[in-house]
Design a protein around this ligand. Structure first.
Ligand code: KG4
Ligand code: ZN
Length: 371
């Protein structure tokens, strides 16, 4: 079976063909994975401009899908089903993918399967590594999300943690902007941190304990499906701490982070040190939460997916921690970490197997819960 995946939730127009293999240990195979990135276009504005993004998706989508079919050595009639990201994401961008998928499905008389973007990120782990030991604790960490999922059964994702404010990737992007490193911030900070000292600046570590929740009415505490308090991340305070530390060093920081600034009196080494110190806090916070949750839930493996999982320190430190605890760690390759359509096709295949089909009334959804 060949599934055409389509992903347009943010600033990447992506299409991919994923096929079933018949091998239960590695049930899926990526036959093509094409991404047209709009990063260069949005860089000029310091971040993604939704209107520009949706227009660019319209320009790119036909060529990207044709290329994905061509790379897979497939023609339109070879497509057995179409999987498309329904949300969450930028509504104008999502609509381009959903409309294209519906039009293609109607023309080919093929079923269409709606996919949650985060389910796609989670499935990128299984797409890359095949069957992993379950139950698994999975951290999805991207520009829009920082969430923990408990997976006992393939295809069923139980939300057990999330951020109460900024996502980790968002913090990377905002801090990079403060440091004048441009967009997207994650790869730039990752690079600069390699030559920085991670103990140069003492940024606070966001941490929530039961004590933090004291005085909060019980019905306000977010709970998981099983009634446990939800694990919570918070990264907006860290961003503010970076801003304060820059101001203390005499850097003119634009309020509200709306105007790109340059690092002014900071030396190149200072910037590297800021990057390394910031990154250390983010990575340690994420990994503490992931490995604590894995222990609490008796997970037999952990996984990390989403754009921030491309981070070199997150990859290295998670493997080190996993080795120390004899807990296998699964992270997709870089190509499947950031937004792509192969993960959407894989999640689509999973949904298809479970009998899920979208109707012609399928619409995009800017916000969409994944249990
Ligand atoms: O998953 P993704 O491609 O899109 C969303 O669904 O949001 O994630 C994009 C995010 C951006 O915030 C970007 O700065 C971050 O992933 N990112 C990184 C790295 N590469 C991308 N963050 C840290 N280190 C990286 N190497
Ligand atoms: Zn994503």
């Amino acid at each position: 079976m060949n599934v055409l995946g389509i992903e347009t939730s943010c600033d990447e127009t992506a299409a991919a063909v994923v096929s079933t293999t018949g091998d239960s240990a590695r049930p899926w195979q990526v036959r093509s994975n094409v991404i047209a990135s709009q990063t260069q276009i949005h860089r000029e504005w310091g971040g993604v401009v939704p209107e520009i993004a949706s227009r660019q998706h319209v320009r790119d989508i036909c060529g990207v899908v044709e290329r994905a079919l061509g790379d897979a050595g497939a023609n339109w009639p070879d497509v057995d089903a179409i999987a498309v990201t329904q949300g969450p994401g930028l509504i104008g961008s999502l609509l381009v993918g959903v409309s294209f998928a519906k039009a293609a499905a109607a023309a080919l008389d093929r079923p269409i399967v709606a996919v949650h973007h985060l389910a796609g990120h989670i499935e990128s782990i299984f797409l890359e590594h095949g069957a992993v030991p379950l139950p698994a604790l999975i951290l999805v960490v991207s520009g829009g999300h920082t969430s923990l999922y408990f997976v006992e059964v393939p295809g069923q994702y139980q939300l057990i943690g999330r951020t109460r404010d900024d996502a980790a990737g968002e913090a990377y992007d905002k801090v990079a902007r403060l440091l004048g490193l441009g967009y997207p911030g994650g790869p730039a900070i990752d690079r600069r941190a390699k030559t920085g000292r991670d103990d140069a600046v003492a940024f606070p570590r966001p941490k929530f304990t039961h004590r933090d929740r004291k005085g909060v009415p019980a019905d306000v505490v977010h709970r998981t499906r099983t009634g446990r308090p939800m694990a919570e991340f918070s990264f907006s305070g860290l961003k503010t701490a970076v801003m304060r530390a820059l101001q203390e060093r005499g850097v003119a920081v634009a309020q509200g982070l709306t105007v790109p600034t340059d690092a002014g009196p900071m030396s190149e080494q200072d910037v590297d040190d800021f990057c390394a110190s910031f990154q250390r806090v983010v990575v340690e916070t994420l990994l503490d939460a992931l490995f604590d949750a894995a222990r609490w839930h008796g997970a037999l493996s952990v996984g990390i997916a989403g754009g921030v999982s491309a981070n070199s320190r997150l990859r290295a430190d998670s493997r080190q921690r996993g080795d120390g605890r004899e807990l296998p760690v699964f992270i997709p390759g870089i190509e499947l970490s950031t937004d792509n359509a192969a993960m959407i096709a894989a999640a689509g295949l999973r949904n298809f197997r479970r009998g899920m089909r979208a109707g012609w009334d399928l619409s995009a959804a800017a916000s969409l819960a994944l249990t």
